[in-house]
Design a protein around this ligand. Structure first.
Ligand SMILES: [Zn+2]
Length: 337
């Protein structure tokens, strides 16, 4: 790349030359009043050549942490030394964001099942199409930020199809402790972008409806690390998180579900290490006449836990993933006082 020229970034309706940055409001649909529905886009094109990377958030309208990550990269980072182009998409699902709900309010559709979209199909697929064509397809890599669904909370982890070498490199470069490997569902931005030559990972962190500063800072470190791995920044280093576990098809992972209705008293926090047989939480009723203990079926990490402590039988309580022996030793060493 070093001997090539920096390229102009073009989308349907404009272009951003090397050394320029642009804030765009890009029309992706129309309201019932016929007004445009426009997504905010910031494109920063470095003076020097390098890869083009997109950062997206709020494809689920109430997942806020990623918005702040993307916004800070776009507006607060110094891009004078940038090699390549950064496409910042802080709020993909604008109708959901305005209503502060996960799905598109139009027929309650999941925008993250509508990619790569279609110009002549449903409203959600048309929105997806306009986003994908203009701002995803021209990129070389992508980072899509999410949080847990309302009522639950996640530790920061990456979801990626590590069977694909380019995705694996991107996932590791982000520097999270935990990577959960899967292709992802059909229609998800990460899967469809990856299949069309834009390796993309999802970053899951924390809960909906909040800005959680610790997560945002760690994610910004992850973005920095990715940028140095792929040469967009030469001033920061690729991050080694201290320990890393890749959860794939061969690892045990499970959502433990409540077998009784009641009030959950959680004994561990998100991200905790639990040993086989340990009591993760207790489910009681208001009279505290019965208490059902939920124990860990294997030694692992609590990647996600419920946030709302009220459950019906069958509701998910926590997401437990198995750790290999080497990772377990590192964590145990870290947790020793
Ligand atoms: Zn999400």
């Amino acid at each position: 790349m070093s001997d090539s020229e920096a390229e102009t970034f073009t989308y349907n309706g404009g272009s951003v030359a090397p050394g320029e940055a642009a804030n765009i409001r890009y029309g992706v649909s129309e309201t019932y009043l016929g007004d445009p529905v426009r997504i905010p886009v910031t494109i920063v094109n470095g003076e020097r050549p390098g890869p083009t990377v997109f950062l997206s958030a709020a494809i689920h309208g109430d997942e806020l942490n990623g918005i702040e990550v993307v916004r800070e990269v776009a507006n607060e980072w110094d891009h004078t030394e940038l090699r390549g182009t950064v496409v910042c998409l802080p709020v993909l699902n604008v109708p959901g964001f305005l209503a502060q709900q996960r799905y598109l309010p139009i027929y309650d559709r999941d925008l993250n099942r509508a990619f790569p979209g279609s110009a002549n199909s449903t409203s959600s697929k048309r929105i997806a199409h306009r986003i994908f064509r203009n701002f995803i397809e021209p990129c070389d890599y992508g980072l899509d930020f999410h949080t847990s669904t309302r009522g639950r909370t996640n530790m920061l982890h990456v979801r990626a199809d590590t069977g694909d070498d380019r995705v694996d490199r991107l996932a590791r470069a982000f520097g999270s402790n935990v990577i959960i490997s899967s292709e992802g569902p059909d229609g998800a931005l990460r899967k469809e972008a990856t299949e069309r030559g834009v390796p993309t990972i999802t970053i899951e962190m924390g809960k909906a409806h909040e800005f959680q500063r610790d997560f945002i800072d760690r994610a910004l470190d992850g973005v920095k690390s990715v940028f140095s791995e792929f040469g967009l920044r030469t001033t920061s280093a690729v991050k080694w998180p201290g320990w890393r576990t890749v959860v794939d098809g061969s690892s045990d992972k499970t959502w433990l579900r409540a077998d009784s209705g009641g009030i959950v008293e959680m004994h561990f926090s998100r991200g905790s290490f639990v040993r086989e047989g340990e009591t993760i939480c207790t489910i009681t009723n208001p009279f505290e006449t019965t208490a059902n203990e939920v124990t860990a079926p294997f030694t692992g990490l609590l990647v996600g836990i419920l946030q709302n402590p009220l459950v019906f039988p069958g509701n998910p309580i926590c997401h437990l993933v198995e750790l290999d022996a080497g990772t377990r030793r590192v964590i145990e060493r870290e947790q020793r006082p």
